[in-house]
Design a binder for this molecule. Structure first.
Ligand SMILES: Cc1ncc(C[n+]2csc(CCOP(=O)(O)OP(=O)(O)O)c2C)c(N)n1
Ligand SMILES: [Mg+2]
Length: 757
C-alpha cells in the first residue's frame, strides 16, 4: 500500500472539495505497490478478507457514486442547480451496512448516507441511485423520495423512511419499528416486510449524546433486559466531530462498549476489506439474536460539515490535510489496485465516468419541474378524503366482537343509561379496539391500573398484554413506539399521561410523526391517535402540570388533527372519526380529554345528571370540523368555546338570560385544529354579540384563532369579548381559579357587552 501523505501535504487551497477530488486522482496515478493476480468474482478481494471481488467492485462503485454526488453538489450549488451540500464524504463505508442488510429492513438514516443508498439501490432492479438523488438535490417535483420538499435519503420501494434534519429524532421510532416487527406476530398482524427483518438506524458520534438518542438506547436495553426482542441495529458513524466540536477521543467506544443489553460491535468503515466482516458480525448478531445492537462504525469527515463550512477558517491546515489523508476512497483505491481488480487506467476511467454520470443527472434534474404552487407543496401534508373517512368512522360491522367485548348484547353501552365522560371514553376505546384488531393502546400506567383516572380500566383484561401495555416512563419513547407500530401497519393509540408531559416529547410529533407524509410525498404515513388527559379545573389534584391548558404547542403543528370533546357521547363519535382519519388518510391525531369533566355528571346543579348522555351506537360518527350548537336559533349572544368552557357557557347562559333577557347560543368547537373557519364565520354571522370563552392561556391560544376567523369573515364589527386564562402557570389549590376563567367572568363579559353603546 502506498502512503497518502506526500500528495495531501502539497495541497493548501481554499476549495477542499477540489483538493479531495484531486487527491484521489493523484493517489491512483502515483500508486506503486505490489499487485496480486486479478481475483475472480468470488475470490476474497485481498487475502483473508471476507469481501469478495464482486462485492468490493460494487461497493467501490457505490462509494464513488456517493462521492461524486457530493462533488457535483458543491459545484452546482453555486449555480443554483442544487440546494443542499451536506455530504457523505468520509462516510462512504456505510455502503457495507446496506450491502449486508436487506432492502426490506426499514432504514432510518443519517444525512451522510450516500454510500448506503447507492448500495441499497442495487437490491431492486431498474432503479437509478444517481438520477433519484439528483432529483432530490435539485428539489424537483419529480424527486421520488419527497417530491421536491426536502433533500432526503428516502425511498418507498427500498424501505428507507425519509429523515430530514433533526439529529437523533429518528432513533426512538427506529426502536419502535424493531419492537413492532416482533409484536406483530403476537397480535396476529401481517407485516409488510419479512418477519425476521431488523430496523436500521444511523447517526453521528455527536448525535449519540443527544437525549433523544440516549432514550432510544435506554429503551432498547430496557426491553432486552426483560428478554424481549428489539432487533434494532444502531449504527454510530463516528467521524470524531460534530460541526466544529470534537468528540473526545475514545468517547463512543468508552460510552457504549459496556452498556448492559446493548451489544457493541466495532467496524472499520474506512477500509472495506477489513470492515466488511466486522459489519457482517453486527448485522448477523442483530438479526439472529433479535437484540439491540450498537455498531460503532469508524468514519472520517471530508469536505467539512456542509458546503458552507470553510474548515480552513477554523482548523489548522495540517489537521485538515491529515483528515483528508484518511479518506476511505484512497484506501478503496489502494485495495482496487493492490488486488489486481483494477488497473490505474480502469480505476481512473471509472472515477471519471461516475463524475460524468452525476453531473449529467444533475443537469437533467435541473430541467425537471419544481414545486410551483402552494397547493402542490401542501398536497401530502394533511390528506383528507371526507366520504371515505365518514364511511370508515360509521362502519359498524363488528357487532359480534363488541358483544364479546362488552359481555353480552344487553351489556352493550348504548343499551345502558346515560353516563359521564370517563365511562364513555372507556367504552369507546373498547369499541375501537374491537373494531381494529391492529390497534394497540399503551402508555404509563394504562394496563392493570387502567390509567391514573381509570379511563383505560378493563382494556388490559379484555385485550391482553400484547395489545394493552405499560411502557417505560418516557414520553419520547411512547411516541417513538407509536410511530414504529404505525410504520408496520398497525393503528396505535399512545397515551400521554398529562398534556404537560407532551411538551416533553413534542418533537416526536412536531418534527417526526406529523412531518412524515409531507416529506415522503405521502408515500409513508404513520397514523396514530395520541390520547392526552388535558386542561385545568381539577379540584383535588392541583398544580400546573396536572392542569396544563396549552393547546398552542399542538395547534401550530402542520397537519395535526386536534379534537377535544366536552361530553361522553361526543367523545365516542369523535374517537371513531379520529381512528378513521388515521386508518384512511394516515393522519396523526391528538385527542384531548378534559380531566375535570371525566367525572362530571351534573350541569346546572348537583344531582341534575344533565352532563350524562346516551352512548351513541356504532354507525354514528362526528364529522371532522363539525361543532355542536346549543340553542341554535338564539342570536342575542353567541359564545364560542370548547372543553370545560362548554358546561360553563351553558350555565352562564342561564344567568345571562335572567340578568339581561338575552337568548344565548353556545358553540362547542370540538375540533381545535384545524379550526373550522367557515363554521365559525357562519355561527358568528347571525350573532348580535359574541363571547369567545377560551380556558387556555391568553397568548396564542385557541381564542385568537376564533377571533381571527370572525374578523377575516368581515364580522369584526360585531361586539365581542374574550374570556380567557391568564398568561401564567397554574398555581395549586384555590388560587388556580384566579388564573382560569369562571362562570362569573363569562356573565361579567355579557354585562360589558350590554353596556356598550
Ligand atoms: C436536535 C438538533 N440540534 C442541532 C442540530 C444542528 N446540527 C446539525 S448536524 C450537527 C452535528 C452532528 O454531528 P454528528 O452527530 O457527529 O454527525 P456528523 O455531522 O459528524 O456526521 C448539529 C449540531 C440539529 N440538526 N438537530
Ligand atoms: Mg460526527
Amino acid at each position: 500500500m502506498s502512503s497518502t501523505q506526500p500528495i495531501a501535504a502539497r495541497h493548501k487551497g481554499f476549495n477542499r472539495a477540489e483538493i479531495v477530488d484531486q487527491n484521489f486522482v493523484e493517489f491512483v496515478q502515483q500508486w506503486h505497490g505490489d499487485v496480486h493476480a486479478k481475483p475472480r468474482e468470488h475470490d476474497p478481494i485481498l487475502p483473508g478478507s471476507a469481501l469478495d471481488a464482486q462485492g468490493f467492485r460494487e461497493l467501490l462503485e457505490s462509494q464513488l457514486i456517493s462521492r461524486h454526488l457530493d462533488l457535483m453538489a458543491r459545484v452546482l450549488r453555486v449555480q443554483n442547480k442544487v440546494f443542499y451540500t451536506i455530504g457523505s464524504s468520509g462516510h462512504e463505508g456505510n455502503a457495507m451496512v446496506a450491502r449486508l442488510t436487506r432492502h426490506t429492513d426499514p432504514a432510518f438514516l443519517h444525512y451522510r448516507s450516500g454510500g448506503f443508498m447507492a448500495e441499497r439501490f442495487r437490491k431492486l432492479p431498474g432503479m437509478d441511485p444517481v438520477m433519484d438523488s439528483a432529483l432530490s438535490f435539485a428539489a424537483s417535483k419529480e424527486d421520488p423520495a419527497s417530491g421536491g420538499r426536502h433533500k432526503v435519503w428516502g425511498s418507498k420501494p427500498l424501505w428507507v423512511l425519509p429523515q430530514t434534519s433533526t439529529i437523533a429524532s429518528h432513533l426512538p421510532k427506529a426502536f419502535g419499528t424493531a419492537v413492532a416487527i416482533e409484536q406483530a406476530r403476537r397480535i396476529g398482524h401481517t407485516l409488510p416486510i419479512p418477519n425476521d427483518s431488523i430496523a436500521i438506524c444511523s447517526f453521528g458520534d455527536a448525535s449519540s449524546n443527544h437525549a433523544t438518542a440516549q432514550t432510544a438506547f435506554n429503551a432498547a436495553s430496557w426491553t432486552a433486559y426483560q428478554k424481549l426482542p428489539a432487533p434494532v441495529l444502531f449504527v454510530c458513524e463516528d467521524n470524531g466531530i460534530g460541526i466544529s466540536v470534537k468528540t473526545p477521543s475514545g468517547w463512543v467506544a468508552n460510552n457504549f462498549q459496556h452498556r448492559p443489553d446493548l451489544d457493541y460491535f466495532f467496524a472499520d468503515g474506512l477500509d472495506l476489506a477489513e470492515g466488511y466482516a466486522q459489519v457482517q458480525r453486527a448485522v448477523d448478531h442483530c438479526r439472529s439474536t433479535r437484540r439491540p445492537t450498537f455498531l460503532h462504525l469508524k468514519t472520517t469527515r471530508i469536505m467539512g460539515h456542509a458546503g458552507t463550512d470553510f474548515e480552513i477558517e477554523w482548523r489548522s491546515i495540517e489537521e485538515l490535510v491529515a483528515v483528508e489523508a484518511s479518506d476511505p476512497l484512497l484506501r478503496s483505491a489502494a485495495i482496487a489496485l493492490e488486488s489486481g481488480l483494477f488497473t490505474k487506467d480502469a480505476l481512473l476511467a471509472l472515477n471519471e465516468a461516475t463524475r460524468k454520470r452525476c453531473f449529467a443527472a444533475a443537469e437533467e434534474a435541473d430541467r425537471r419541474p419544481k414545486l410551483e404552487r402552494l397547493d402542490d407543496v401542501m398536497a401530502p401534508l394533511a390528506p383528507y378524503t371526507p366520504a371515505k373517512v365518514k364511511a370508515e368512522a360509521e362502519r359498524a360491522d363488528y357487532n359480534d366482537k363488541r358483544i364479546a367485548v362488552f359481555g353480552g348484547e344487553d351489556k352493550l353501552p348504548e343499551k345502558q343509561p346515560p353516563r359521564h365522560l370517563a365511562i364513555q371514553i372507556n367504552q369507546a376505546l373498547h369499541d375501537v379496539m374491537a373494531k381494529y384488531p391492529e390497534t394497540l393502546l399503551f402508555g404509563e400506567d394504562v394496563a392493570q391500573k387502567g390509567g391514573v383516572y381509570t379511563v383505560t380500566k378493563g382494556l388490559f383484561k379484555t385485550f391482553k398484554g400484547n395489545r394493552v401495555f405499560n411502557t417505560l416512563l418516557d414520553e419520547t419513547v411512547i411516541l417513538g413506539l407509536a410511530q414504529g407500530y404505525a410504520n408496520m401497519g398497525m393503528l396505535p393509540i399512545p397515551e400521554i399521561q398529562y398534556l404537560a408531559y407532551f411538551h416533553n416529547a413534542c418533537d416526536q410529533i412536531r418534527g417526526e410523526a406529523a412531518s412524515l407524509q409531507f416529506f415522503s410525498n405521502n408515500q409513508y404515513r404513520n397514523p396514530l391517535v395520541m390520547r392526552m388527559a388535558s386542561l385545568g379545573y381539577q379540584r383535588g389534584f392541583g398544580g400546573h402540570f396536572h392542569n396544563d391548558n396549552s393547546i398552542t404547542a399542538l395547534r401550530d403543528i402542520p397537519g395535526l388533527v386536534v379534537g377535544c370533546p366536552s361530553r361522553g357521547d361526543d367523545a365516542a363519535t369523535m374517537l371513531r372519526t379520529l381512528m378513521a382519519l388515521a386508518k384512511v388518510d394516515g393522519r396523526v391525531c391528538a385527542y384531548l380529554e378534559p380531566i375535570a369533566l371525566y367525572m362530571a355528571k351534573d350541569l346546572y346543579e348537583a344531582g341534575d345528571g344533565q352532563w350524562q348522555f346516551a352512548y351513541p351506537a356504532p354507525g354514528e360518527a362526528m364529522p371532522l370540523g363539525e361543532g355542536r350548537v346549543y340553542e341554535a336559533g338564539a342570536d342575542d349572544l353567541v359564545i364560542f368555546t370548547f372543553g370545560n368552557g362548554v358546561p360553563m357557557a351553558l350555565r352562564s347562559a342561564r344567568t345571562i338570560q335572567k340578568d339581561l333577557g338575552w337568548k344565548t347560543r353556545v358553540v362547542d368547537l370540538r375540533w381545535l385544529a384545524p379550526l373550522n373557519d367557515a363554521f365559525i364565520a357562519a355561527q358568528a354571522k347571525s350573532a348580535k354579540r359574541i363571547i369567545v370563552l377560551d380556558e387556555g392561556r391568553k397568548s396564542a391560544g385557541v381564542g385568537e384563532g376564533v377571533i381571527t376567523a370572525i374578523v377575516e369573515a368581515g364580522l369584526g364589527s360585531t361586539p365581542l369579548e374574550r374570556v380567557v386564562g391568564a398568561d401564567t402557570y397554574t398555581p395549586l389549590a384555590g388560587a388556580a381559579f384566579l388564573v382560569l376563567p369562571g362562570d362569573a367572568e363569562v356573565v361579567a363579559a355579557a354585562h360589558k357587552l350590554a353596556a356598550r353603546k
